[in-house]
Design a binder for this molecule. Sequence first.
Ligand SMILES: *[C@@H]1O[C@H](CO)[C@@H](O)[C@H](O)[C@H]1NC(C)=O
Ligand SMILES: *[C@@H]1O[C@H](CO)[C@@H](O)[C@H](O)[C@H]1NC(C)=O
Length: 307
Amino acid sequence: MKFSFFFLLLLPYTIFVISESNYKFCISQTRTIGRSCQAVQKGNSQIVCVPATDSADCALKFQRKEVDFAIFSAEDALLVSKFINDDVRIIGELRNQDWINETFAFQTVVVVKETYIGGFQSLQSSNYCHPGFGDGQFWTDRVLKQFEATVVPHYCNGILTTVEQEITSLAHFFKSACRPGQWSLDDFVDKNLKKNFPSLCSLCDSPGRCAYSEEFQNSHKEALACLTENGGDVTYVSLQHVKEYFGLIPGFRAKAPAEKYKFLCSDATSQSLGKPCTWINQSWPLVVALKLRKSFPLEIIVAHFSL
Ligand SMILES: *[C@@H]1O[C@H](CO)[C@@H](O)[C@H](O)[C@H]1NC(C)=O
Ligand SMILES: *[C@@H]1O[C@H](CO)[C@@H](O)[C@H](O)[C@H]1NC(C)=O
């Protein structure tokens, strides 16, 4: 997905003035962003990535004027704002070109069948479709787990690790699921969990790989297909994809009848697909820059950043 800048201030967007020195781009070590960093540094890009352990570290580097610009998630920007002083300003939001007029980067929703009787208890022993974890997924773990964290009772067992408790809780709660991708960053742990809890992959097109057929081409559409075609009862996806999938916006043909499904809201009530209730409204990432530098090589960043 190509992203473009939506300017909060009217900045000229045509010619990028080549300056003498390089632009130091603070980047925290997350997987997807890490790859983009290698891409922006190629050739004569004038951009040098400065690795940071996390966004707070980037904020400190700003304070010491060791970096010229950075991209922060809206959540991180709030957290680090206390470090950032008058030398720094927000120069734009990183918005997806296709969704440039959307107020939010995405909104999360839960979709169930129209026949769903309501409440959260009825989700017990249901079939769950999730868009998945790991590379290619631009939602953070917090966002990806928001629905589960709300509805699934936490299984407590002191001898299990956090991820083992989490997966055990899910496997006890749902009858079957497709929850693709990496559950643990440790491959050995991940493999073992997949072996011990096959029900959490049994709704997938490829249960052995715990993956949908078009691996992460568009995992939200795959999760919706899991709901409407693979026997799923509930899915947690982005609102935009629901609108496209059910043909609720111009230019999209319905892949399933909207009247057979509804939204399950975070207060356990439900609403028709024409009347969304969102679980999370996620703001766009912010581009923050040191005031001292006048021009920024925006085109290069735009060309290489996908979230
Ligand atoms: C966004 O809004 C502008 C102005 O209203 C319009 O010209 C443009 O086509 C819209 N872009 C998209 C992708 O909807
Ligand atoms: C998200 O934004 C919509 C407006 O588009 C608002 O109606 C809704 O209450 C917000 N939801 C949350 C969870 O903040």
